[in-house]
Design a binder for this molecule. Structure first.
Ligand code: FES
Ligand code: FES
Length: 241
């Protein structure tokens, strides 16, 4: 007599085994599912991001700009974005005005516009048509240095000289501002004309001009000397300064 198991067909044995997945098959299936789920993310990582469509910048074409500098008219082909500093140096060829920081911090680029001192790196050339611009090249007249230029030499008010064009223009305007009664932040009573041009007043009024060589004491001495020497025609051989 044979047992029930002995008479059973092997195929029937397989069929009788419960249909649970093996551990290996389960892990394979899980890994495959994870790969499929992650595929879009992986594709996103490996795809080169497409650049946004480029903004087409329309350049504003240069146009003639006439600047009166040191008594001479210069008609320059300038884009509107050109600063007065770059117009002077790169287009008019007046390299005396210096570019230090190009962002209004050092004063090396100081020039006079209708007698007012300005940082030429912070203003556009097209804004100064019709004005009288004076650069360091225009302080001397007919080969004669201005009183301020002579005082800088006599008081040894520079070392490397890089800041000096701006210092000279600034000091020139400073004496005219004082003569016209303009107060500064160290003026005791800003409602009255400043009584005297003290060293504190000079230092404050020259504080926009940085000297990396540290010639400040001699610069103050030079400005004081010109002021005490009369202050009239204080340092510029120009009509507005
Ligand atoms: S270059 Fe203009 S302030 Fe420095
Ligand atoms: S003299 Fe050198 S930076 Fe002023």
């Amino acid at each position: 007599m044979s047992s029930h198991n002995e008479s059973q067909d092997p195929g029937d044995v397989q069929a009788a085994i419960p249909t649970q997945p093996s551990r290996r098959r389960f892990l394979q299936s899980a890994a495959a599912a994870a790969t499929v789920g992650a595929a879009p993310h992986l594709r996103a990582q490996t795809q080169t991001p497409t650049a946004p469509p480029a903004q087409v910048q329309q350049a504003v074409p240069p146009r003639p700009v006439t600047l009166t500098v040191n008594g001479r008219a210069y008609t320059l082909q300038l884009e509107p974005r050109v600063t007065l500093l770059d117009a002077l140096r790169e287009y008019a060829g007046l390299m005396g005005t210096k570019k230090g920081c190009d962002r209004g911090q050092c004063g090396a680029c100081t020039v006079l516009a209708d007698g007012r001192r300005i940082n030429s790196c912070l203003t556009l050339a097209v804004m100064h048509e019709g004005e009288t611009i004076t650069t360091v090249e225009g302080l001397a007249a007919n080969g004669t240095l201005s009183p301020m230029q002579r005082a800088f030499i006599e008081h040894d008010a520079f070392q490397c000289g890089y800041c000096t064009p701006g210092q000279l223009c600034s000091a020139t305007a400073l004496l005219n501002e004082f003569r016209n009664g303009t107060a500064s932040t160290v003026t005791a009573d800003v409602r009255a004309r400043p009584a005297q041009l003290s060293d504190d007043e000079i230092r404050e009024r020259m504080s926009g001009n940085i000297c990396r060589c540290g010639a400040y004491a001699n610069i103050v001495a030079a400005v004081r000397a010109v002021h005490e020497g009369g202050g009239q025609n204080s340092g510029a051989n120009t009509p507005n300064a």
